[in-house]
Design a protein around this ligand. Structure first.
Ligand code: HAM
Length: 441
């Protein structure tokens, strides 16, 4: 027999799983609404080129791509940001800025399946386009933090590690790393925690090939830079270095850091954010402040990641449009909420469960069920008539709050018997008086 399991890294969502996913999405939506972000959506299948051009090597290796029957090169989307950039770019001139949009959708990446990493996952995206200032970065980071706090998570559970590709490029420039090699060096920094020393050195040498720079020395300087854990340390670090042409740019950038951190402080979120220059982000389009939200304990996986991408809209054919945003997945978040006992409650049982004690009672049951449903109550009923004992047992097990019993005697009086599953209290009421609020108590 062939097996018909879901593909590796894909999930079947049984109702209890769906209830959790829906509850997570509801919290995300509510938080985005409180920040006045509008919901958007886009196709899950996109032209391959949308991602091969701008997202970077790592994601291109993970694409679920194929040729469609019309000979088009297409791919399931690994992320939503390029689709967003295309859509905003196409209508940018008619849009009031800033554009504040959020989306929830399934993304697909051919990754090695492991805890927290699947091949299909839901991702909540929030992006703010049309404003280049640190105030916009602050708003996006605040929404990221509040979207996690909405589940009851605290500063003890997660933190947002904040870094800055602008500062990285200025720093690498001050070391003499040419602009053409800087992105490759950041690619090495991205792997600094994962690679063995010899592999790291080899990767640095490859990134710096064609320059006269000593990879070991650059790595040493990079280590000093990534050790800086606060804005004060960053200031001291640059103050101690000989003044370079970029001194004024670095000072201006550190002032942006101050503005960003001050805004987060005033929003009451400073405790959630730690400067951490080891974060450079794997995606190629980021240009400025970048950040990742991490679990504080456990295997410390990323809950969310994002940053500024000021060039992407233009690169995809739109006008000049600075942008910043983040993506948050359902997989690591669900794992963390489970560990902390914070999973939103599963779906509730029906309000009413109706049983008919004889075939001639069934039309009344059906009529009342239809009326209660139309009025908004969740109603189920036994599909077969049968012995009272069996029916009432099944009805009680269904978890419904109130059982409606349709027997010949009650119906002769135009009534229905109500039975409370918790207390077993009973009373009869006229059928015409039944409303979603009626209870046996
Ligand atoms: P990303 O860092 O690739 O960024 O993904 C963001 C989040 O999506 C991750 O922190 C993780 O929670 C979740 N995620 C990513 N890959 C997987 C996977 N294979 N399995 C489970 N969860 C996963 C982006 O996607 C950017 N487009 C975010 C963004 C929006 N930047 C600006 N705007």
């Amino acid at each position: 027999m062939p097996t018909f399991n879901a593909l590796p890294g894909f999930r079947d969502f049984y109702p209890a799983d769906c209830a959790v996913l829906n509850a997570i999405c509801a919290r995300w939506r509510d938080t985005a609404r409180r920040f006045n972000f509008l919901e958007w959506s886009a196709p899950a299948l996109e032209p391959l080129e949308l991602f091969t051009e701008k997202s970077g090597e790592e994601i291109v290796r993970q694409l679920f791509n194929f040729e469609d029957k019309g000979g088009r090169q297409v791919t399931l989307r690994p992320e939503m940001t390029p689709s967003l950039a295309r859509m905003v770019g196409a209508r940018a001139n008619a849009m009031r800025r800033p554009v504040k949009w959020f989306a929830i959708g399934e993304n697909y990446r051919y990754e090695k399946q492991q805890r927290g990493r699947l091949r299909a996952f839901y991702q909540y995206n929030a992006d703010l386009l049309g404003d280049p200032s640190p105030a916009a970065d602050a708003e996006i980071i605040a929404l990221c933090a509040e979207s996690l706090r909405a589940f009851g998570l605290t500063a003890a559970d997660f933190r947002i590690r904040l870094s800055d590709r602008t500062l990285w490029f200025l720093f690498l420039g001050s070391l003499g790393v040419p602009e053409t090699a800087a992105a490759a060096v950041l690619g090495v920094v991205d792997k600094i925690e994962r690679l063995a020393p010899a592999d790291l050195l080899a990767a640095a040498a490859a990134a710096l090939a064609g320059t006269a720079l000593d990879p070991a020395k650059i790595l040493e300087a990079v280590r000093q830079f990534t050790a800086l854990g606060s804005l004060e340390e960053m200031r001291a670090f640059f103050a101690n270095r000989s003044a370079s042409d970029d001194g004024a740019k670095i000072a201006a950038r550190l002032a942006d850091w101050q503005t960003l951190l001050d805004a987060l402080d005033a929003l009451g979120l400073r405790d959630f954010v730690t400067p951490d220059l080891t974060i450079v982000r794997g995606l190629a389009y980021y240009t400025g402040f970048v950040f990742e939200a991490f679990e504080r304990a456990g295997d410390g996986r990323a809950l969310a990641g994002g940053g500024r991408y000021d060039a992407l809209v233009k690169k995809l054919g739109g006008p000049e449009m600075p942008a910043t945003g983040f993506g948050m997945g359902d997989v690591t978040l669900r794992n963390l909420l489970e560990e902390k006992g914070l999973l939103p409650a599963a779906a509730a049982a029906a309000d009413f469960h109706a049983i008919a004690l004889a075939p001639e009672c069934r039309p009344a049951l059906l009529a009342d069920a239809a009326r209660l449903r139309a009025a908004g109550a969740a109603v189920e009923y036994a599909l077969k008539d049968g012995k009272f004992g069996k029916l009432i047992q099944a009805a009680e097990q269904s978890g419904a709050r109130t059982i409606l019993i349709y027997g010949p005697d009650e119906l002769a009086r135009g009534e229905v018997r109500l039975h409370d599953t918790a207390t077993r209290a009973e009373r009869c009421v006229p059928r015409a008086s039944l409303t979603p609020e009626t209870t046996a108590a």
